[in-house]
Design a protein around this ligand. Structure first.
Ligand SMILES: [Fe+2]
Ligand SMILES: [Fe+2]
Length: 272
């Protein structure tokens, strides 16, 4: 069981966002903006899945998960609220969020199915966010210094993703979810998540007029496959999810705890 604190981040999301807020780098700005576009819809789905999974647990087990589920929902609700403000600025920059409606249509296909499917899907997505979060916390300089507000937002979100990475996974197990379905959904989510990330990033660059610039492709290569590249650094932790005895807590959360301790002045704990 994890003690999950809901935090109010002290950043002003009313101010507009610069087109290339991430170090003046078109590719990294487009990639992180694409991910942000997926969050309000995606995180609402995670909240609903975990809530429905929790309700399907026998009362004895509900008591065991009660505080953790409340913390999970509070954290994800706060993330989606701030990313919705972030995304409203992206709309004004002329970017179009195609990911969210596509994801919403796919989620409808789960209506009426055993709630374990949605929880397994959430656990798979949470593994993706946790390994992405750890990569960001290890490489905070890649967020640049141009907009400290957005760098803080991403690192806070990362720290909390790492903090609650076990919640959906543990509920899936408590519901008697099996390994085969866990892996089936993980493989599907891998294809869907990578495809959606790529499509939205390319679309952001196209609308930005930077898709066919050499610097964009150079940055794409370095960001994904360079010495500290996202694909290069997350490949191994991605694969660990396939092990039958995998548990999210096997992956280190030191950087999350450290960021939250070192940046306590940037947030207030809700209800504390
Ligand atoms: Fe989140
Ligand atoms: Fe999450």
């Amino acid at each position: 069981m994890t003690d999950l604190v809901v935090r109010r981040l002290l950043v002003d999301m009313e101010q507009p966002i610069a087109r290339h807020w991430c170090d003046g780098d078109a590719f990294r700005s487009a990639l992180f903006n694409a991910l942000s576009m997926s969050f309000p819809v995606g995180e609402q789905f995670f909240i609903d899945s975990v809530r429905n999974g929790f309700k399907a647990l026998p009362p004895g087990q509900q008591a065991q998960f009660d505080a953790e589920v409340k913390g999970f929902i509070g954290q994800e609700a706060t993330h989606r609220r701030l990313h919705a403000l972030y995304n409203a600025h992206l709309d004004k920059l002329g970017l179009v969020n195609d990911w969210a409606p596509r994801a919403a249509a796919r989620m409808k296909l789960l209506d009426g199915l055993d709630p374990r499917h949605a929880v397994a899907l959430t656990a798979a997505n949470e593994h993706f966010t946790a390994i992405l979060a750890d990569w960001m916390l290890r490489n905070p300089d890649l967020l640049g210094t141009q907009d400290p507000r957005l760098a803080t937002l991403w690192l806070w979100h990362s720290a909390e993703e790492s903090e609650h990475k076990s919640t959906a996974f543990d509920i899936y197990r408590a519901l008697g979810g099996d390994h085969a379905w866990r892996i089936t959904w993980f493989r599907r989510i891998t294809t869907i998540f990578l495809g959606d990330t790529l499509r939205q990033t390319v679309d952001n660059l196209r609308r930005d007029g930077t898709l066919w610039k050499f610097g964009t492709w150079k940055s794409a290569w370095t960001t994904l496959f360079g010495p500290r590249g996202l694909v290069r650094e997350t490949w191994r932790p991605w694969r660990e999810y396939l092990k039958p005895d995998f548990h999210p807590n096997q992956q280190d959360s030191t950087l999350s705890r450290r960021w939250l301790a070192d940046n306590a002045s940037r947030y207030t704990a809700v209800g504390a």
